[in-house]
Write a protein that binds this ligand. Structure first.
Ligand code: HEC
Ligand code: HEC
Length: 374
């Protein structure tokens, strides 16, 4: 008891000398701070809009310097902190055979191994926030009211990245409060009849569940993705985008992108990595008849690696497409539909980050001696 008291007292003394920064709060401030870009005017929220499940409704986002644009559609950041790290995985197929495949990672081509490696990059991308280096970021952070004082550009960038990760892990990004979640929890009225038919089609004839998993994998609730890589044959737009090939150098990976979570997909138009398909019904028609209507969809960047086994000619009727579409709408979180500004408010019973700390894919960062939050 005495020993415990002593430890408490010592810890107290240390933490009052250098107060532990409130990382999620700092991350939240950075996320919406338009002074951090060059020229000022752009924050993370400019391209990851809270009104669109933190995706960008524009096909590609103009940078802070508006003459520079990226080539990919900014994806939703909902559930992004739950995406597993980039890895080459041994997968057991239902017939007992084994295959090896790339999985997980951040960015649609997996080039950031995890969220921590992702979040520091937008600051320095010329077609995004366009900062020269860590020193420029550190100077800008020191001019804000919310960022802890530090002279080292290394430390400031490290802290900003950790803060963004902790913010993206917070409950508002993982509410799991969609009709689909209520249905799974036993409320059979959460889906209407058309949606129930859509669920069956999704699981069976359409094969969606083979990649956008309905069962939990690396998290206690399903994330609606296997986080595997595939070339769907998206309509080409501009310069060819090699996708996963840029990371692995394997020609078999040309044009492959990571399967996204379908949570809140109703809110994240336009679709596919290049934003080439404007509506969700369009995506379903593409899956259903891509190979039957080549003139409708036009050419694709890498025809040689397109997946013809699982999609392209699903044989679904218009009614089945409608049912499937209605079912995809059941993936929309209630807290995003009834959004209050600036950020959505998750259900009260959403577990706090601390209680899940060993479940997040980034937990190994706690082994990093630079990362002290407790
Ligand atoms: C100019 C628009 C723009 C800005 C500003 C921006 N992003 Fe992004 N973000 C994108 C685009 C586009 C992608 C997809 C790029 C890719 O896959 O290659 C992306 C991808 C991501 C991803 C990966 C998601 C996934 O599913 O792989 C995360 C996380 C992310 N951004 C967080 C941030 C944070 C945090 C900030 C602020 C520091 C930020 N972004 C600023 C456009 C932007
Ligand atoms: C073989 C694996 C696989 C199957 C089967 C599959 N998908 Fe996908 N899905 C992907 C991949 C990979 C992407 C990303 C492709 C890209 O961006 O180029 C994707 C993207 C999507 C998108 C776009 C999401 C966004 O935010 O842009 C939707 C919607 C979608 N899938 C729905 C479905 C539905 C509905 C089915 C069943 C009809 C289905 N998928 C079957 C792998 C698959």
């Amino acid at each position: 008891m005495l020993l415990r008291l002593l430890i408490l007292m010592t810890c107290g003394a240390v933490s009052s000398a250098q107060a532990t920064p409130d990382l999620p709060e700092i991350g939240r401030s950075i996320f919406t701070d338009p002074t951090l870009s060059n020229p000022p005017g752009q924050s993370c929220a400019t391209c990851h809009s809270p009104n669109h499940a933190f995706a960008d409704p524009r096909r590609v986002s103009p940078g802070a310097n508006p003459t520079l644009k990226g080539t990919r559609n900014a994806p939703s950041l909902m559930y992004a902190a739950l995406i597993p790290p980039f890895a080459y995985e041994d997968i057991l197929l239902p017939d007992g055979s084994e295959i090896w495949a790339w999985e997980g990672g951040l960015f649609q081509d997996g080039r950031a191994k995890d969220l921590f490696h992702q979040v520091s990059q937008p600051f320095f991308e010329v077609h995004e926030m366009n900062l020269k280096d860590k020193a420029e970021l550190a100077t800008k952070l020191q001019q804000t009211s919310y960022f802890p004082k530090t002279k080292s550009p290394e430390k400031a960038t490290y802290l900003a990245s950790r803060a963004l990760v902790e913010f993206l892990k917070s409950p508002l990004f993982r509410p799991f409060d969609s009709p689909f979640d209520r249905y799974r929890a036993g409320d059979k009225t959460a889906l209407n009849l058309s949606q129930k038919r859509g669920l069956e089609i999704y699981r069976t004839t359409a094969g969606c569940a083979d990649c956008h998993f309905l069962e939990p994998q690396n998290w206690s609730q399903p994330l609606l993705s296997d986080f595997g890589y595939d070339n769907l044959g998206a309509p080409a737009l501009g310069k060819k985008d090699p996708g996963l090939f840029a990371v692995t150098g394997d020609p078999a990976d040309l044009g492959k992108f990571r399967a996204p979570s379908l949570r809140n997909v109703e809110l994240t138009a336009p679709y596919l990595h290049n934003g080439s398909i404007k509506t969700l019904r369009g995506v379903l028609e593409f899956y259903n008849k891509r190979d039957l209507e080549p003139e409708r969809w036009g050419v694709t960047d890498y025809p040689e690696t397109v997946n013809h086994d699982d999609l392209g000619d699903l044989g679904l009727t218009d009614q089945e497409i409608t049912d499937l579409l209605n079912f995809l709408h059941a993936f929309t979180d209630h807290s995003l539909k009834n959004k209050t500004t600036p950020f959505p408010i998750p259900p009260k019973n959403t577990p706090i980050t601390e209680s899940l700390k060993l479940k997040f894919p980034d937990y190994t960062h706690r082994l990093d001696p630079n990362f002290k939050t407790e």
